[in-house]
Design a protein around this ligand. Structure first.
Ligand code: WT7
Length: 639
């Protein structure tokens, strides 16, 4: 099924279809048995979702659960009025969860802790909402959030949602160029940022990047700056405001009415990489997204009143949106957020935090597991990890070796691993077990309740069990993306045109004899580097923005820790000579002009790139060359 542009480079992930890991005591979980929910949900998915929606509060009920009259522009809970913040915060304030911890935050230097009850988180969100409203932010306005992992990112996201404004969170590792594109594309009026962030004991100067990004941004009227690192920054007196100054104003009081919005009103946009061209702005809405994240979090993590839940993802990615901020708060859970990374200053940092805070549910990524595994068992073994009950994995296929290590060394063979397959587009888990389901290391098991997946060949026929094909989802689901912001046509083309009526995920997969799905990797020009999603086009355009580079092509190559690493081929302009110094300069250039995540591991200087007669770069050939493998059929190569 390899297509000419296929960048399907997943690391060795092949598990065995017969290796079952069964729960020690399936009865210990509060959530109902899989079959008890799956059967009725399969028979009537809309009834399942309607029942889930009834567990939440709505200002006005819906006329219809699903409106598919304008497919693939599906609408959910039409006619209903709600606000996700009403369900994530407001409804807890007058009840027994008022004083329950909503958020526990720990600083990267390990010296600061901040804890917020639902009552105090709500107050902080209200203050922020009043502040941004005083700057003219109203329902439908876009706000760009460029913040590190600090509690203020919760306040900022929830304050926007509360007012019906649309947040666009940009991961605080993206360059000024990438940030500028996203601010311009979303036409944000306001940017919320910090002076800097702490990364491995060093300051990363966020405000400087924002200054660079908004210098010529026509839409940005105000920039709110959180003081985090305390170093000196430039403040434009007309545009920039310290949050701690704004908080002293009478307007910043702790009460603020939550705006009632339509279920289908936009909640956020989140930019993610696609096959071609510019990043895609995925649009999610209040009602359906709320139901989807609430329900999946509840069933998959078996959340209990006394639990402490930790998701290591950054709020800048969809995992942070759905399962650090919204899903947990919609369930009234206690969330832990850590500002720092996994192995600074030592590789026991996460294990120490699990022990210290008594974390019960721990959700992380295969790349992190692989990198920590490398340091050996002694680091986790120094800590009491007995509070753990459920583990989770997301972002890319988890190779069985990493799965087994996570299960045995971290989970002591007691904690099931929820391997959750989903995407920025899907908003919620789509292929996932629940805790009582028998697992197979490396497989996300089966589609979530009410969903059906298929594996198809190029012509749209289901492939035989065990064969690889294109993964599609058959049923609409409440938290599905509604469109690509300002680009309905691209939405239809990207997801709904290869197989009309079916959602094309962009992944290849196979299904085994037990109906378990094994996701293999991307089928498009998306490369997953340490679980982060990068498009070859973005990286290539960062390359050619350097004066030495005439043309560039990038591919993903299997990497032991990152899953995939970026490998680049560059054709130099006249007057430039290949050198080690130029190689370093280019790597630095990519890091500064796109993101450190996109830094290529290898750069090869070449005279030309292999292309088809129609001018398409043959990545398959490049990959074979880079790995020293046979180049295969070259009949379409233009010589
Ligand atoms: C792509 C979506 C959704 C959260 C973070 C990533 C890959 C994600 C898994 C998994 C195998 C996975 C797929 C998918 N992926 N989770 N459990 N097993 N592959 O979101 O950045 O939108 O990327 O990540 O390739 O299409 P994203």
């Amino acid at each position: 099924m390899a297509t000419e542009s296929s960048d399907n480079t997943a690391a060795a992930t092949v598990g065995t279809d017969d290796e079952f890991v069964r729960p020690i005591d399936p009865g210990q979980y509060n959530v109902p048995d899989w079959e008890a929910v799956a059967g009725p949900a399969a028979a009537d998915p809309q009834a399942f979702w309607e029942k889930e929606a009834r567990e939440l509060e709505w200002f006005e009920p819906w006329d219809k659960v699903l409106d598919d009259s304008d497919a693939p522009f599906f609408k959910w809970f039409t006619g209903a009025k709600t606000n996700i913040v009403h369900n994530a915060l407001d409804r807890w304030i007058d009840g027994p969860r008022r004083n329950k911890l909503a958020l526990i935050w720990r600083s990267e230097n390990n010296k600061e802790t901040r804890t917020l009850s639902y009552y105090s988180l709500n107050r902080e969100v209200n203050k922020m909402a009043n502040i941004i409203r005083s700057m003219g932010i109203r329902k439908g306005d876009r706000v760009t959030i460029y913040l590190p992992r600090i509690p203020e990112i919760f306040y900022a996201m929830l304050a926007c949602a509360k007012l019906g404004a649309v947040h666009s969170v940009v991961f605080a590792g993206f360059s000024a160029d990438a940030l500028r594109d996203r601010i311009d594309d979303s036409e944000s009026k306001l940017v919320i940022t910090a002076d800097g962030s702490w990364i491995n004991g060093k300051i990363f100067k966020l405000k400087d990047i924002v200054d660079d990004a908004v210098r010529h941004a026509p839409t940005v009227e105000n920039v709110i700056v959180v003081r985090r690192t305390g170093h000196e920054v430039q403040m434009d007196p007309l545009r920039d405001h310290w949050l701690h100054d704004l908080e002293t104003l009478p307007i910043a009081n702790g009460r603020c009415e939550t705006v009632a919005v339509d279920a289908e009103d936009p909640l956020y946009i989140l930019y993610t990489s696609g096959s071609t061209g510019r990043p895609k702005a995925i649009l999610h809405t209040h009602g359906g997204y709320m139901v989807g994240t609430y329900s999946t979090f509840k069933y998959v993590f078996d959340i209990r009143e006394e639990d402490r839940y930790w998701c290591t993802a950054d709020p800048g990615w969809v995992t942070g949106h759905s399962y650090l901020v919204y899903g947990p708060l919609l369930n009234g859970a206690t969330v832990f957020m850590f500002e720092g990374g996994a192995s600074y200053p030592y590789p026991n940092r996460w294990w120490q935090l699990i022990e210290h805070y008594g974390i019960n549910i721990f959700y992380t990524a295969p790349t992190a597991i692989r990198s920590l595994m490398r340091f050996g068992d002694a680091w986790p073994n120094r800590h009491d990890l007995s509070s753990l009950r459920i583990l989770g994995s997301v972002g890319e296929p988890i190779n069985p070796e990493a799965w087994r290590w996570f299960h045995h060394v971290i989970g002591k063979d007691r904690c099931p691993i929820m391997d959750t397959w989903w995407q920025t587009e899907t908003g919620m888990f789509m292929i996932t077990p629940t805790p009582s389901v028998p697992l197979k290391p490396g497989s996300g098991t089966r589609p979530f309740f009410g969903q059906e997946a298929e594996i198809l060949d190029d012509a749209g026929n289901p492939v035989a069990d065990g064969d690889e094909g294109y993964l599609v989802l058959k049923n609409p689901w409440p938290s599905m993306l509604r469109t690509l912001y300002k680009d309905d046509q691209r939405y239809v083309d990207t997801y709904w045109s290869k197989y009309p009526g079916k959602y094309l995920a962009g992944d290849s997969a196979r299904r085994d004899k037990d109906g378990y799905i094994w996701v293999i990797g991307r089928t498009d020009d998306v490369i997953k580097v340490s679980g982060h999603r990068l498009g070859t086009a973005e990286v290539e355009s960062a390359f050619v923005s350097h004066p030495a580079v005439a043309e560039a092509a990038v591919i993903g190559l299997p990497h032991e820790i990152k899953g995939n690493a970026i490998h680049a081929f560059a054709v130099l302009r006249m007057g430039y000579e290949p050198s080690e110094a130029l190689r370093d300069e280019l790597r630095q250039h990519i890091s500064e002009h796109l993101s450190p995540i996109a830094k290529p591991d290898g750069i090869e200087f070449v005279e030309s790139l292999p292309k088809t007669r129609s001018g398409k770069i043959m990545r398959r050939v490049l990959r074979a060359r880079a790995q020293g493998l046979p180049e295969g059929d070259l009949s379409t190569l233009d010589d």
